[in-house]
Design a protein. Structure first.
Length: 94
């Protein structure tokens, strides 16, 4: 049973738009800002994934994503993850 007042989208999608993209790191910075089309920050969700360029790299760190404002998302990486070796990052905003 669905709790009262919680719309989990079973009767239709509440997603207004989906924005997707890829990014690569070519320097040693730990954050990367990405400009997107305007979103409602109160209801938007973000996702991030990546394919490590090699198996060792996959064990050395993570990538996170956050919403900075209605037109900017930010990727974060820890310093143990060397992304200059060809790692592609995939992001999605819904």
């Amino acid at each position: 049973m669905q709790p009262s007042g919680l719309d989990i989208g079973l009767s239709g999608s509440n997603i207004k738009s989906i924005q997707r993209g890829t990014a690569t790191w070519t320097d040693t910075t730990t954050t990367k800002d990405i400009t997107i089309a305007s979103i409602n920050v109160d209801v938007a969700m973000v996702r991030v994934s990546f394919n490590a360029a090699n198996a060792i790299q996959a064990d050395q760190g993570d990538i996170a994503i956050s919403i900075i404002n209605s037109t900017t998302i930010r990727l974060h990486r820890n310093t143990g993850l060397d992304l200059t070796a060809g790692t592609k990052i995939y992001w999605e905003v819904t």
